[in-house]
Each structure stands twice: as structure tokens, then as C-alpha cells.
Design a protein around this ligand. Structure first.
Ligand SMILES: *Cc1c(COP(=O)(O)O)cnc(C)c1O
Length: 392
């Protein structure tokens, strides 16, 4: 019999009952070090007092009103995102894929409005992940995601991640824009070089294309800057954000420049829930913490500590770990082919540590941004133990 919860996930047999900072507790009371963060979502850890207060205060006032009316929390959150990024305007969503879909619409509408209705195709990268709607899987083109769901929507051309020659060769008169993750998350924590990001900007300017960064996983402080592209010193025209932005409350955002969003006028896009008072109270509370002086510098500092400790770990276990990669607190350990990443994730969990598998036989480490050296020590001790067990 089919489970009442549609079985689209191979779930681990554990239920978490409560969380406290970087730890979660299952229904038997067992404690786990949370280096999964609900896949980079609970960026401030669990039960953060400031988030609890913000949500509770808002819950006592009003939860939802619809976008037929002004939403004060939405206006303040948009203002703060605009003030701290390249963007001039923000559309709020409930999830990552909706933020990315909005960004795709912005790209196509821009070309249409500026005299190029023939430009509607988007270039994406091999190994990309943009979500699970029919459009997003058409962009991703990964066998396991698209098989049986065809025919796939046309309009996405894929090139190898990091390869500018292939990318330039793929540009046609119909190309509208380029959609790239600065660091591929699901694809296996593959970081684009800063030079790659700069060259993407150049090629977009050269051909009149819009540059779309999917910062759903890389954004909201995860790399030690508010957004990962800041490291490269270039800006996109449009950006998809989600995951950490609500600290665990479902929220996403599509950020765009005024120029890019030229066609996004009344009636062209919408969402019933997107950016409702409760969600934007959570988003504002997350930003309160992340924009505090020193917060992002602290993320960068602890990320460098963890990075160095992981390099030492890999050196101690050369038969197990073949590569440490990523940026900030978006890190991946690539394991030797004999050691399947899913087994590593399961074994780590059995030892009280949560992680996430990714493509390329990578185990993703996505701790909350509030970890201290105590949790780095704990994580390294558990990883040491598990590597010794799996590659004696
Ligand atoms: C998680 C993720 C998405 C999809 O987000 P959902 O909230 O699951 O729709 C899209 N792009 C990237 C890079 C992601 O990491």
C-alpha cells in the first residue's frame, strides 16, 4: 500500500522533536549535531530567540492579508534587501523554485519589452539544480528528475559548468539570459571560479543578455557574504533567493534591477501567500541578525577554521576523502568511489551528526551560520571516527 505521505523521498527513519541552536533532538531524546540545517534553511540554528519573538508577536497580530493590499513587513524587507544588494525591486515567494521561476519570467519579459521578443531561451549549466516544477526540471535536464515527466518544456540550453567556450558557442539570436548557481549545491558543491562569474557578466553585457544567479543555497550569508557573487565583485541582473531567508519559515524572493524588471507590471505575476505578514516577519528577523555588524565576518572566520580542519581530516584519511570543496559554510567532502556518500550520511547520523548527500559522491556540510569552534571540534571528531570505520 502506498504510504499516506507520497513516497517521493527515501526518508531516514528518524523524527526530530525539537531543536536548540546547532542541535536537534529526536523523539527518543537523542541529540544530533545539525550540519544539514534542513538543507541550508535554518541558517540561524533552531529556536533562535529573536526569530521566535518576531514570529510570535506577528502571529498575535495578523498572519495573512493577500497581495491585493500593501504588506508592511514586505515593504520593509524589500527595502532592506534592496539597500544591501544590487537590486532595486523584490518579488516574494514561498519557495526557491518559485523565486527562480519569477526570475526566468523577468528575463524573458525584459527581452520582450526591450524590442527582442525573439530572445527567450536561457542557458543553464550541467549539474544545475533549480527546483522541481516542470520548468525547473526542463532547465536541469537531469535524467533522474525528468524521466517520465516529458515532454520537457523547450527553451533551455545546457552547457558544461565553468566552461566559457561552450557557453559562448551556445549563444544564439534567441538567447535571453544565463542562469547559474555561483556554487552548485545539489550538483555536488561545485564552486564556479570568481573569474568564471566575472566572465559571465562580461558575456551578458556583450550580447545584451540578462545574468540570473540562483543564490537559493549560496545566499543569505552562507559563504560569509550576504550573497556569494559579492566575492567576485560582479552583480547579476536578477537573482533567486530562498532557503536561509526565512530561517525555516517558507519564504523566497526574486531580486532584480529596475532595468531588468521593466515589464513586471500589475497583473504580470502573482502569488497568494508570497511575502505574507507572518513570512516577512520571519525574513525581517533573520536580516536583523545577519546585518548586525560583525555577523558575516564571523561566518567567514569560522568557515576558514572549519575549512582548515577539514583539510587536516582529509589528509588523515586519504583513502576515504578525495577532496574538500565549497565556499564559506557551504562545504562538500567528496568520498572515494568505494565509499558511497549515502552510507557516509547514514553512518554520521548513527554517530549523532546530520549532513546531506549531493551529486558527485559528495557529503554536504551545511551547518547553521551560528556555529562556534565547539561544534567544529565535535564535527571533526565524529567525521574522524566515521572515516576510520569506513576506510580502515
Ligand atoms: C533548494 C534549491 C532550489 C529549490 O528550492 P525549493 O524551495 O525546494 O523550491 C533551487 N535552486 C537551488 C540552487 C537550490 O539549492
Amino acid at each position: 500500500m502506498i504510504p499516506v505521505v507520497m513516497p517521493t523521498y527515501a526518508r531516514a527513519d528518524v523524527v526530530f522533536e525539537r531543536g536548540e541552536g546547532p542541535y536537534v533532538f529526536d523523539t527518543t531524546g537523542r541529540r544530533y549535531l545539525d550540519f544539514a540545517s534542513g538543507v541550508a534553511v535554518t541558517a540561524l540554528g533552531h529556536a533562535h530567540p529573536h526569530l521566535i519573538k518576531a514570529i510570535t508577536d506577528q502571529a498575535n497580530k495578523i498572519w495573512h492579508t493577500s497581495n491585493l493590499f500593501r504588506v508592511a513587513g514586505q515593504e520593509s524587507l524589500a527595502r532592506r534587501l534592496v539597500d544591501n544588494t544590487f537590486a532595486d525591486t523584490v518579488f516574494f515567494t514561498n519557495s526557491g523554485v518559485e523565486a527562480w521561476e519569477c526570475a526566468i519570467k523577468v528575463v524573458r519579459k525584459y527581452q520582450y519589452e526591450t524590442g527582442h521578443p525573439e530572445r527567450w531561451r536561457i542557458i543553464t549549466a550541467g549539474g544545475a539544480f533549480h527546483g522541481r516544477t516542470t520548468t525547473a526540471i526542463a532547465a536541469t535536464k537531469q535524467e533522474k528528475m525528468v524521466k517520465g515527466f516529458g515532454p520537457m518544456q523547450d527553451g533551455f540550453d545546457q552547457v558544461a559548468f565553468g566552461n566559457m567556450n561552450e557557453l559562448r558557442a551556445a549563444i544564439t539570436n534567441e538567447t535571453a539570459g544565463i542562469s547559474i548557481e555561483p556554487v552548485q549545491g545539489e550538483g555536488g558543491i561545485r564552486a564556479g571560479s570568481l573569474d568564471y562569474l566575472r566572465q559571465l557578466r562580461e558575456v551578458c553585457d556583450e550580447y545584451g543578455l540578462l545574468l540570473l544567479f540562483d543564490e537559493i543555497q549560496t545566499g543569505m550569508g552562507r559563504t560569509g557574504k550576504l550573497f556569494a557573487h559579492e566575492w567576485a565583485g560582479v552583480t547579476p541582473d536578477v537573482m533567486a533567493v530562498a532557503k536561509g531567508i526565512g530561517g525555516g519559515f517558507p519564504l523566497g524572493a526574486c531580486l532584480a534591477t529596475e532595468k531588468a524588471a521593466v515589464g513586471m507590471t500589475a497583473g504580470t505575476h502573482g502569488s497568494t501567500y508570497g511575502g505574507n505578514p507572518l513570512a516577512t516577519a520571519a525574513g525581517n528577523a533573520v536580516l536583523d541578525v545577519m546585518l548586525e555588524p560583525g555577523f558575516l565576518e564571523g561566518v567567514d572566520r569560522i568557515a576558514r577554521v572549519l575549512w582548515n580542519r577539514l583539510l587536516e581530516l582529509a589528509a588523515r584519511h586519504p583513502k576515504a576523502i578525495v577532496e574538500v570543496r565549497g565556499a564559506g559554510l557551504l562545504l562538500g567532502l567528496r568520498f572515494a568511489p568505494e565509499i558511497v556518500n549515502g552510507t557516509v550520511v547514514d553512518t554520521l547520523r548513527a554517530h549523532g551528526m546530520l549532513t546531506v548527500a549531493a551529486g558527485d559522491n559528495v557529503v554536504r556540510l551545511l551547518p547553521p551560520l551560528i556555529i562556534t569552534e565547539t561544534q567544529v571540534d565535535e564535527a571533526i571528531a565524529i567525521l574522524d571516527q566515521v572515516c576510520s570505520e569506513l576506510a580502515p
